[in-house]
Write a protein that binds this ligand. Sequence first.
Ligand SMILES: [Mg+2]
Length: 251
Amino acid sequence: MTDPSAFALFLDFDGTLVEIAPRPDQVVVAPGLVPTLELLRARLGGALAIVTGRPIGVIDEFLAPARFDTAGLHGVERRLDGAVSGGGAEDHPELRARIARLHEMVGGLDAVLVEDKGASVAVHWRLATPADAERAQGAVEAVAAELAGAYRLQLGKAVGEIVPASATKGHAIRAFLREAPYAGRRPVFLGDDRTDEWAFETVNADGGVSIRVGSGETVAARRLADPAAVRALLERWAEGSPIDPDVLQPA
Ligand SMILES: [Mg+2]
């Protein structure tokens, strides 16, 4: 199938479109990425969205001046054609109360970062010593356990994140697929992290194409080596090559 109108494209950000950086604010957007995404979005009739753990506002800063349809905070908030739904910090008093405690628990650790996203919170330990990384993970696990039921813990690459239990990237993708211009298309989702595996399952179940970026066990059908390979593929698609995710290397 190579008709661009057959597909809806969903793209994770960190580790998929951009290389992972030591700190989340240090990622570098490759020159040419934004124009490529804009061209490809036009070719897909608008059916291109970013699906990320980051807040929508942070993605906007990285991809400025462009604004893309985005599911932020693992789907807690979603923007379609400029209209945002979900994601208000005021809806999460229980979580808010625990974030201060999380700061106290890890505040003394070097190179451990608490990222308050309003409706979710992430603890990063990429640059921490193994001992501090273990303490940071223990802290976020303890706080997540106190919030169990309404929230769940997502462990990623040197990051632990507490998110509303109902929020997942898979749900976000399905929500987009219920609305124009996504409805009726086959979803294609590219992601790199263990938290993306659930979304791969959803996309597989919906007859779409799941693409794992990088190495590691996966339920995805296809694989790309790294973000540079992702960008090269998107560039080819944007420039008019057949959109044929089914022929990529099997995972
Ligand atoms: Mg990622």
